[in-house]
Unconditional design. Structure first.
Length: 95
């Protein structure tokens, strides 16, 4: 049976093999689906994440949500503090 760390390593390795076009297609597909969900449409404050290590990028989704006037929050860890979610400005969404 897989341990959590083994599963993460396996998934990370699989993500790294994906072609950029495949990732972009999946990002677009996911963003279009999520932006239509009733819970997302009702929400005004939404937490996101900055992709790393081959993760699917939510940047397109965050841009679409900002265009709808929603506030997007990203995790931030400051020295000596716990993780906080801080509001972002539209211009900060760059890859």
């Amino acid at each position: 049976m897989f341990q959590t760390t083994d599963l993460r390593k396996t998934l990370r390795a699989q993500r790294r093999t994906l072609h950029q076009k495949t990732l972009l297609h999946r990002e677009q597909h996911i963003a279009r689906k999520l932006v239509r969900l009733p819970a997302i449409q009702k929400a005004q404050h939404i937490a996101g994440y900055w992709p790393s290590d081959g993760e699917i990028s939510p940047v397109l989704l965050m841009r679409l949500l900002r265009a709808q006037g929603k506030t997007i929050y990203l995790p931030c860890i400051k020295p000596g503090k716990k993780m906080l979610f801080m509001g972002t400005e539209y211009g900060q969404f760059r890859e």
